[in-house]
Design a protein around this ligand. Structure first.
Ligand code: SF4
Length: 235
């Protein structure tokens, strides 16, 4: 799952660009998701789900033909991506806003940082420009990475990997080798590398422990994802 951010100041056509990019990626056969940064509330006043939230529920799910998950707080972008990954296999996520994210981005204004692939003026974009922008996105964007500096991608560090991707020096197929890691250890928010033996040990021990619990009684019928948080602030 590769990620591309569309950033820029207000009223510079970010949403227009997002919809054009999404349409083009879908046309090319990719499964696409989007994330939008917003400070407006999502729920409509006086709807039942709005009333649930007003009553104090911290997580509200509206489910029918569509499913909405309303969590009354800001969520880290990586956590959002992991949630998306969990519910759907996607090829691309197009993110509107979040200009400080550590992913590749296209800017619709003069905002630029070291992960900006290109600055564009949306008013001047022609269909051929969208094609070449989407070519760039296919070639230069990258997915979730764990900041391990493990060199498995062939670069000295995650920063070097990102720079090579953004500049187009790394080939399309080069990706962070930890992107699909299914065992991740974070201590105080920092990802800690584990060798394959330790990874498989941790996985088997935790999995075995979880399987021995009566988790079915609590609604966990399958074991697709295990999260374990150890809060050790008193030590
Ligand atoms: S494989 Fe991923 S985590 Fe390791 S150095 Fe490359 S980008 Fe960083």
């Amino acid at each position: 799952m590769r990620i591309i951010g569309i950033v820029g100041t207000k009223n510079t056509g970010k949403t227009v660009l997002v919809t054009n990019i999404v349409k083009k990626l879908v046309e090319r056969g990719f499964d696409v998701g989007t994330v939008k940064h917003t400070t407006e509330g999502f729920d409509i006043e006086d709807r039942d789900t709005w009333k649930h939230k007003e009553a104090g529920a911290q997580v509200v799910v509206g489910s029918g033909d569509e499913t909405f998950l309303n969590i009354g707080e800001t969520m880290e972008l990586d956590l959002i991506f992991n949630l998306m990954k969990y519910v759907k296999e996607l090829d691309f996520v197009v993110v509107e806003g979040f200009k400080h994210s550590r992913y590749a981005k296209i800017s619709t204004s003069d905002y630029k940082d070291d992960l900006t692939i290109k600055n564009v003026d949306v008013r001047d974009l022609k269909p051929a420009d969208i094609e070449s922008l989407v070519d760039m996105i296919e070639n230069r964007s990258f997915g979730i990475y764990q900041s391990l500096n493990c060199k498995k991608c062939g670069f000295e560090s995650c920063d070097a990997f990102q720079k090579a991707k953004i500049s187009g020096d790394a080939s399309k197929d080069v990706k962070c080798e930890t992107e699909d890691d299914n065992v991740v250890l974070k201590v105080d928010g920092f990802a800690i590398p584990m060798n394959p033996f330790v990874k498989s040990l941790v996985k088997n021990v935790v999995r075995g422990m979880v399987d021995s619990l009566r988790k079915d009684e609590y609604g966990a019928h399958e074991t697709k994802r295990i999260e374990l948080l150890i809060n050790d602030e008193d030590n």
